[in-house]
Design a protein around this ligand. Structure first.
Ligand code: SF4
Length: 948
C-alpha cells in the first residue's frame, strides 16, 4: 500500500435515525426514508431523503423532486402564522394573528351562513389528497358547493374510464408491466405518474418490448419512445377511431371477449318512436338482455351458463332489437373513419395509422399470452387459462383537457376493449379497490337544509336526467353549475367556474369562498388577470367586495394568499399526518391493495397547523355532524385521531391495514385500533395486501376476485359486471333532449346534448373552433409541467428552480422559419381573449402547428418569497392569460363555459393562438404589479449544517 494513501471513511454514518413516511413532492406518493441527524441540542433535523426499498409504489426509486423535498420543508416561502388581511385584497398586506383569533373569525363568518343558507359557502380544494375527509366536512356543513380540482384537471379521463370500464388509468389502473409487449402512451405529460411509469418503461425496454408515444410534443416519456406520432392537439379521437376502423375492417377483434365481458352482446331497442329507443332491452328484474347462443332465446346478461351472442337480433311486438355490436360495426366501419379521411386533420399519414393498427393487431392476436391460471367467471364458466392480449396503453390530460375529451377517452377505452386488452395479461390492469362500475358509486347530492347536513355525498355519477342537480325551475343547485344540462356528467365538479359564477351571482351570490391548496389567482385559473379582478371587485352600491369573504389555506406564500381575508397556514408534508386512503385516491398496485400514511417526522418550527386538523376543530366549533360527540365536545382531537377512529361504514375506516379484529390485528374490515398509526410507522409507513393469484386478472368477471374484494371491504356483496362500451346514461340524456321524460334540457342546449352525448364514442371538433376564425388563430398552444416539478406544489424549491427558472415558448421548425426567428427572439402571442409577449426557443420534435411552454414557472412578483427580479418573475410567463373560462359569444349572444359539454372538464388544450415576432421587451408581458410578501424575501443563498 502506498504510504501516503489518505484514510477515507467509506461508510460514514449518514444519519442517527431513519423515519419512513410518504413523499408529497408530486402525486405519486412514493415511500421515502427520511434520514435524521441529531443537533447539538438533541433536536432531530432532516439530513437527506432516499427512496423506501420496500414500498409498493417506488421500490426504492426516488426522483429529483423527491430528493429536493428537503428544500421544500426549509423553503423561505413557508407561511409562519395565521394571517388577517389589513390592506386591500390582493395587496398582500396582512397582520399575524393567533390561532384562537383565526378560528373565532372563521366560526363567526361560517356559523350564521350554516344556520340560514349553507349554500353561501363554497368550499373547494386543490391538489390535496384528503377528499374523503374534506367532503365529509362540507357535507356536515350542508353546502352543496364542494369539489376538488378534478374538474380542471382530468375528469374526462376518470369519468370516461369509470362509465366505460369501472376504472381509468393512473390511480385506477396500470399497464401489465410484466407481460406487455407493446405500450402505447396517448397525451401523457413527461413525468406523469412519475416513478411508476419510469420504472415500467425501464422494465419493458429491458426485455425489448416496443413503446409508442402519441403526443404533439416529444419530451419526457415520448423522447424515449421507439416510435413517436406528433399528433395535432384535439384530434386524438379521430386517430383512435381510425385505428378501431382498421381493426373492424381486418376483423382483428376479440369477439369472445366482447361477447362475454362487455355489453356489446346486449340488445338495443331500435324503435324510433319509442321512449326506449336506444336503450337496452331489460327483463322484469331490470337486467339487460342478451341472446343465448345455447338456446337462441333471450337471457339476462349474467345468467348462469349463458353464452351471449354478438350477431343475432331479436324482434318482439314489431320492434327490432340489435346487439350493441351491430351499432359498433355501423359506427366504426363508416368510411369517414378511414385513415385517409383523418390524415390531414391529425397530422399523421394514413400509412402510419394503418401500420399502427396492424401492429396492435399483430401483438394482440399473433403474440397472445396464455397463463396457466384456471379461473371461474360470474356465469359459472370455468376457464382453464388466462388469455392475454399484450397491448397496453396509458393516457392522461393531453387527450382529456379538450371539449371533446370525454368522447376521446371513451374511444381509447373502446380501442382497448375491442382488442380484449383490459384486465387480461399484458394489457391494462386495475388497481384494487378498482374496478368499480359507475353504478357502484354514489349519485350526486345537493339537498340543502339550513342548519343540517347535506343529504349525501356531493359528487358522483349520474345515470339519468332525474339525477341532475337542478331546482324545479331548472336552475343550478351548485355554484359551479356541475351536473346541469350544460355539463351533465361533471363527476368531479367544476372548480374553474366557481369564482366567475360567484362573481356574476349566477346562479346565486355566495358569502364565503373557502379554498385549500388552489392557486386560483395565478396558474390554476383560466383568464388569470380576469380572476384577480373578480376577486377584488367591489359592489358599486355597498362598496363591499362582490365575493364578500375569502378564507384560504396553504403552506406557502403563493399568489392566492394575497387574495384571502383570512389565512390558515398549513404545514409541509414532513410535519403532518395524512392518510392515503382506499376511500380516496389510493396507492395500490394491480397485484396488491395498499394504503399509506404521512406522519410528522419533524415538528413545525412555526405557528402552523395541518389543514385537516384545523377542520376537525372548526367542524366542532360549528357543531357539524360527524365532528362533535353527543355531548357537543370536539369529536376528533386532530387529523390523526380522525384517521384512527373515523368509521365510514361498519368495519371500514380511512386506513385498511392494522385494524382490530376479534383475534387481534386484521386487515380490510375491522374495528378502530388506537395503535394503528404506530403500526404503519413500524411497517414503513404503508400497508399492502396481495391479490390472490387466481384473482389477479379479469377482476370484474372473476369470482375469486369478487370474493376477495368483499372480504377486504371494497364492497359488501359480490357484484360482477361487464364493461359498457355502450353507455346508456348518455343515451338517456339524448332521449330527454329528443323530448322524452319529465326532466328535459332547455331548448338552447337540446342540440348540443343530442350531438355530444352519444352512447358510442364519437368525435367532434373542439367547441371553440366553431366560434373563432381558425385561419387567423391557426396555431395550437399547450402547456405541461416540467419533469422536475410535475405535480409539485410550488416552484420556489431552491434546487428545482435551478433546473427551470424560466420558460420559453417552444416553436416548431415550420413556424420558426416562417417568422425568421433566431435564438434570443421574442414573440407576441395572441388568442381570442388575450395577448402575451414572451421569449421563444426552437424545438424540432414538435407538431408543426403547435407551440408549447412549461406551466407555472412564471411567478408574480412578491410571491413565493422570491426576489422581484427573479427569472420566474421577469422572463417566466403564464399561458393562462390567453385562455378564457368562457367561450366567445355564440350567435344568440350567449357565452358558454370553456369546458367539455359532457363532464365540464376545463378545455385548457383547445387554445388556439396567432404568433408574431416582436421587439424584445424588458420583461415578459403582461407584467402584473408586485404584491407584498407576507413572509418577506428569501435570502440570496441558504446553508445549514445538519448534525453535530
Ligand atoms: S416526487 Fe413523486 S415520483 Fe418523485 S419520489 Fe416523490 S412521490 Fe415519488
Amino acid at each position: 500500500m502506498p504510504k501516503d494513501q489518505p484514510i477515507l471513511d467509506t461508510s460514514p454514518k449518514v444519519s442517527d435515525e431513519v423515519r419512513k413516511t410518504t413523499c408529497y413532492m408530486c402525486a405519486c406518493r412514493c415511500g421515502i426514508d427520511v434520514h435524521m441527524k441529531a443537533q447539538p441540542d438533541g433536536q432531530m433535523k432532516v439530513a437527506y431523503i432516499e427512496g423506501n426499498k420496500d414500498h409498493p409504489v417506488n421500490q426504492g426509486v426516488l426522483c429529483a423532486k423527491g430528493s429536493a423535498g428537503i428544500m421544500q420543508v426549509n423553503a423561505p416561502s413557508r407561511l409562519k402564522a395565521p394571517l388577517k388581511r389589513v390592506g386591500p385584497r390582493g395587496s398582500g398586506e396582512f397582520e399575524e394573528i393567533s390561532w384562537e383569533e383565526a378560528l373565532t373569525i372563521a366560526t363567526d363568518w361560517l356559523k350564521p351562513i350554516r344556520e340560514k343558507a349553507p349554500e353561501k359557502l363554497a368550499f373547494f380544494t386543490g391538489r390535496d389528497q384528503s377528499q374523503s375527509f374534506t367532503s365529509l366536512w362540507a357535507q356536515g356543513f350542508g353546502t352543496p358547493n364542494y369539489a376538488a380540482h378534478g374538474g380542471f384537471c382530468s375528469v374526462n379521463m376518470a369519468a370516461a374510464g369509470i362509465y366505460t370500464m369501472g376504472g381509468a388509468f393512473w390511480e385506477f389502473g396500470q399497464p401489465d408491466w410484466e407481460h406487455t409487449k407493446m405500450f402505447v402512451l396517448f397525451g401523457v405529460a413527461e413525468d406523469h405518474d412519475s416513478n411508476p411509469i419510469k420504472m415500467g418503461i425501464g422494465k419493458i425496454k429491458g426485455r425489448g418490448a416496443r413503446m409508442v408515444g402519441i403526443n404533439p410534443i416529444r419530451t419526457g416519456y415520448n423522447a424515449v419512445a421507439d416510435d413517436w406520432f406528433g399528433i395535432t392537439p384535439g384530434t386524438d379521437g379521430l386517430l383512435i377511431m381510425a385505428l378501431i376502423h382498421e381493426l373492424f375492417k381486418a376483423g382483428k377483434l376479440d369477439l369472445d371477449y366482447l361477447a362475454r365481458f362487455t355489453n356489446a352482446s346486449c340488445i338495443v331497442n331500435e324503435d324510433p318512436k319509442s321512449d326506449q329507443n336506444g336503450l337496452l332491452l331489460r327483463d322484469s328484474d331490470g337486467q339487460p338482455q342478451v341472446i343465448d347462443k345455447n338456446t337462441g332465446h333471450l337471457a339476462p346478461w349474467n345468467g348462469q351458463g349463458v353464452e351471449p351472442d354478438l350477431a343475432s337480433t331479436h324482434r318482439a311486438a314489431g320492434v327490432t332489437h340489435r346487439p350493441v355490436f351491430h351499432l359498433m360495426a355501423d359506427r366504426f366501419l363508416d368510411p369517414k373513419h378511414a385513415p385517409e379521411m383523418v390524415a390531414d386533420a391529425t397530422g399523421i399519414s394514413a400509412d402510419r395509422i394503418k401500420r399502427l393498427a396492424a401492429d396492435m393487431a399483430h401483438v394482440a392476436f399473433d403474440e397472445a399470452i396464455e397463463l396457466d391460471r384456471p379461473w371461474t367467471d360470474f356465469r359459472g364458466k370455468k376457464h382453464a387459462k388466462m388469455i392475454g392480449r399484450p397491448v397496453s396503453m396509458h393516457a392522461m390530460r393531453g387527450i382529456s383537457a379538450h371539449s371533446n375529451g370525454f368522447q376521446t377517452c371513451r374511444a381509447l377505452h373502446m380501442l382497448q376493449i375491442v382488442l380484449g386488452a383490459v384486465e387480461t395479461p399484458g394489457g391494462m390492469r386495475f388497481k384494487p379497490p378498482y374496478p368499480k362500475p359507475a353504478t357502484a358509486h354514489p349519485k350526486p347530492h345537493g339537498k340543502v337544509t339550513p342548519g343540517q347536513a347535506l343529504n349525501g355525498p356531493h359528487l358522483g355519477f349520474v345515470h339519468s336526467p332525474e339525477d341532475l342537480m337542478l331546482n324545479e325551475d331548472g336552475s343550478a343547485i351548485r355554484i359551479d353549475k356541475a351536473f346541469t344540462w350544460d355539463n351533465p356528467l361533471s363527476s368531479h365538479g367544476m372548480m374553474h367556474m366557481v369564482i366567475s359564477n360567484a362573481h356574476a351571482g349566477d346562479p346565486y351570490k355566495i358569502d364565503t369562498l373557502f379554498m385549500y391548496m388552489a392557486n386560483m389567482s395565478w396558474n390554476s385559473s383560466m383568464n388569470t388577470t380576469g380572476v384577480m379582478e373578480m376577486l377584488t371587485d367591489k359592489d358599486d352600491e355597498t362598496g363591499e367586495y362582490v365575493i364578500p369573504r375569502i378564507i384560504y389555506s396553504d403552506a406557502y406564500s403563493s399568489e392566492m394568499v394575497a387574495y384571502a381575508d383570512l389565512i390558515l397556514p398549513d404545514t409541509t408534508y414532513l410535519e403532518r399526518h395524512d392518510c392515503i386512503s382506499l376511500l380516496d385516491r389510493p396507492i395500490s398496485e394491480a397485484d396488491g391493495v395498499a394504503d399509506a400514511i404521512r406522519w410528522p417526522v419533524i415538528e413545525p418550527d412555526r405557528n402552523v397547523r395541518g389543514f385537516q386538523s384545523v377542520l376537525c376543530e372548526l367542524g366542532a366549533r360549528l357543531d357539524l355532524p360527524g365532528f362533535v360527540n353527543d355531548d357537543g365536545s370536539q369529536k376528533y382531537e386532530d387529523y390523526a385521531d380522525y384517521i384512527t377512529n373515523h368509521i365510514r361504514r361498519p368495519g371500514i375506516g380511512p386506513l385498511a391495514g392494522f385494524r382490530m379484529g376479534e383475534n387481534g390485528l386484521t386487515e380490510g374490515r375491522g374495528d378502530s385500533n388506537e395503535g394503528q398509526i404506530d403500526s404503519y410507522i413500524k411497517n414503513g409507513g404503508f400497508w399492502v395486501s396481495h391479490v390472490p393469484e387466481e384473482a389477479s386478472y379479469y377482476k370484474p368477471f372473476n369470482m375469486a376476485y369478487q370474493a376477495w374484494a368483499v372480504k377486504m371491504g371494497f364492497y359488501d356483496s359480490e357484484q360482477p359486471y361487464i364493461f359498457t362500451p355502450y353507455v346508456e346514461p348518455l343515451r338517456r340524456m339524448q332521449l330527454a333532449a329528443e323530448g322524452h321524460g319529465r326532466v328535459q334540457p332547455p331548448d338552447h342546449l337540446r342540440e348540443q346534448v343530442k350531438r355530444t352525448m352519444d352512447p358510442l364514442p364519437m368525435w367532434y371538433a373542439p367547441l371553440s373552433d366553431d366560434l373563432i376564425d381558425t385561419s387567423e388563430f391557426n396555431v395550437h398552444a399547450l402547456t405541461q409541467r416540467p419533469m422536475a416539478m410535475y405535480h409539485s406544489w410550488g416552484t420556489q424549491n431552491a434546487w428545482l428552480r435551478q433546473i427551470h427558472g424560466l420558460n420559453p415558448l417552444y416553436v416548431p421548425t415550420k413556424i420558426w422559419e416562417q417568422h425568421s426567428f433566431a435564438d434570443g427572439d421574442w414573440a407576441k402571442v395572441t388568442s381570442p381573449s388575450g395577448v402575451i409577449t414572451v421569449p421563444v426557443a426552437h424545438m424540432a420534435a414538435l407538431n408543426e402547428n403547435t407551440v408549447w411552454t412549461w406551466n407555472a414557472i412564471g411567478k408574480r412578483k412578491g410571491a413565493w418569497a422570491l426576489d422581484e427580479k427573479a427569472p420566474e418573475a421577469t422572463e417566466g410567463f403564464l399561458l393562462n392569460h390567453l385562455i378564457h373560462e368562457l367561450l366567445p359569444e355564440k350567435a344568440d349572444g350567449m357565452r358558454w363555459s370553456n369546458s367539455d359539454p359532457i363532464t365540464g372538464q376545463a378545455a385548457w388544450f383547445d387554445l388556439r393562438v396567432k404568433i408574431e415576432k416582436t421587439t424584445t421587451p424588458a420583461e415578459s408581458q403582461p407584467v402584473t404589479p408586485a404584491q407584498k410578501s407576507p413572509v418577506g424575501k428569501g435570502p440570496k443563498s441558504q446553508a445549514w449544517k445538519v448534525g453535530k
